[in-house]
Design a binder for this molecule. Structure first.
Ligand code: ADP
Ligand code: ASP
Ligand code: MG
Length: 346
């Protein structure tokens, strides 16, 4: 059994979503397909919420634009018939809810983090319904019922034990194709909708792959694989054939956003290979991430870069040689939910 995750660009246009259909329908055994929101929709959901909260009435245009995008997609890819009508009803019910939420934000001029999480969840909820209706013999599952988070250091963190148990129950019997919205989850105590962080659909896929001990985790995206650098920055970057889990983790952690960093660990833990493939060029070999490499003669695999990072220098003669200073610094950062990813000390 394999898990296939398709990112925003893969489900973002009529042409690309048809490619997703062809790729999935070519599979023989049962597959679980994890999907992101239509490309750009998550950003647009957030932007529209900010506009409404600031009292900017043109949020309505932004909202209508999202409605139009989903309607157009359905219009173009789903053949006329009862399936299309049922899908249309479900999509409009969700969009009507979202419209009410935006109107509420516009009237109240206030937004809570719970409300933000609710707003962004619509992206994957909508896209998974469309993909579920598009692919033959597919059944849509609601990730909020089995991806359970708890609050730690002000962040939503997956409760892996509970989620594992629920995933097992949900997928005890596998249909030919299961479609799962990535990214979204719900709080284990309040059942409120939460999420796994930006780019989190990769993580949804990895967690399911690990629990069900999938033979492979495929991440389908818009580039030929894990590359030597971000091709949007370095035009001569090329796809790497294979990477170890440790190498991939290091590159992802330092900005290679082709894979969301927490994705690597569940796959590594169960020794499940991760294959990065290009939806727009499925013939390309892609990159496999696994434990043992057939050729490990190149010590440097790639270069990554990271933006929006704060560098904090803590200095002073009074702290030189003082035992416990680092302990205090890192404890203060941890208590505030700050992850430190590079440390250097004189
Ligand atoms: P998806 O929507 O499929 O999850 P993302 O936008 O999250 O796709 O990730 C794919 C993008 O990651 C690529 O388009 C590329 O610009 C960027 N990227 C950054 N570093 C790398 C890298 N080392 N290799 C490949 N892609 C990279
Ligand atoms: N749609 C979410 C985002 O844009 C999650 C994902 O694409 O993985 O961050
Ligand atoms: Mg991504």
């Amino acid at each position: 059994m394999k898990i296939m995750k398709f990112g925003g660009t893969s489900v973002g246009s009529v042409d690309s979503i048809q490619k997703v259909k062809a790729i999935v329908e070519a599979e023989k055994g049962p597959v679980i397909v994890v999907v992101s929101a239509l490309g750009g929709i998550t950003d647009q959901l957030i932007r529209t919420a900010a506009m409404a909260t600031q009292g900017d009435i043109t949020y309505e245009t932004q909202f209508e634009n999202m409605v139009h995008r989903h309607e157009e997609m359905i219009q173009q890819v789903i053949p006329a018939g009862s399936k299309k009508r049922t899908l249309g009803k479900k999509i409009h019910a969700l969009l009507d809810e979202l419209k009410d939420i935006y109107q509420g934000l516009y009237l109240l001029k206030d937004i809570s983090s719970n409300m933000e999480d609710t707003v962004v969840s619509y992206g994957e909820r909508l896209s998974s319904l469309i993909v579920g209706a598009l692919i033959e013999e597919a059944e849509v599952f609601d990730a909020r019922s089995f991806m359970k988070t708890e609050r730690k250091h002000g962040k939503h963190v997956l409760d892996t034990e509970l989620s594992e148990q629920l995933i097992r129950e949900t997928f005890r019997e596998l249909p030919k194709v299961s479609v799962v919205p990535g990214f979204i989850a719900s709080d284990k105590n309040t059942s409120r909708v939460t999420n796994l962080g930006r780019g989190g659909s990769d993580y949804t896929a990895a967690v399911i792959a690990a629990v069900l001990e999938a033979s492979i985790l495929e991440i389908w995206t818009d580039v030929d694989g894990f590359m030597t650098a971000d091709p949007k920055v370095i035009s001569t970057a090329y796809a790497i054939e294979e990477l170890s889990y440790v190498e991939a983790m290091e590159l992802c952690n330092f900005g290679a956003k082709v894979v969301y960093p927490p994705t690597i660990y569940p796959a590594f833990h169960k020794n499940i290979p991760i294959l990065i493939k290009n939806t727009f060029n499925p013939e390309a070999q892609g990159t496999v991430i696994r434990e043992r490499l057939s050729d490990n003669t190149k010590p440097i695999k790639g270069i990554s870069s990271i933006n929006n990072t704060a560098l904090i220098t803590v200095q002073g003669l009074g702290m030189v040689g003082v035992i416990g200073v680092n302990h205090r610094i890192f404890r203060a950062l941890a208590q505030n939910g700050i992850s430190v990813f590079l440390v250097s000390q004189a």
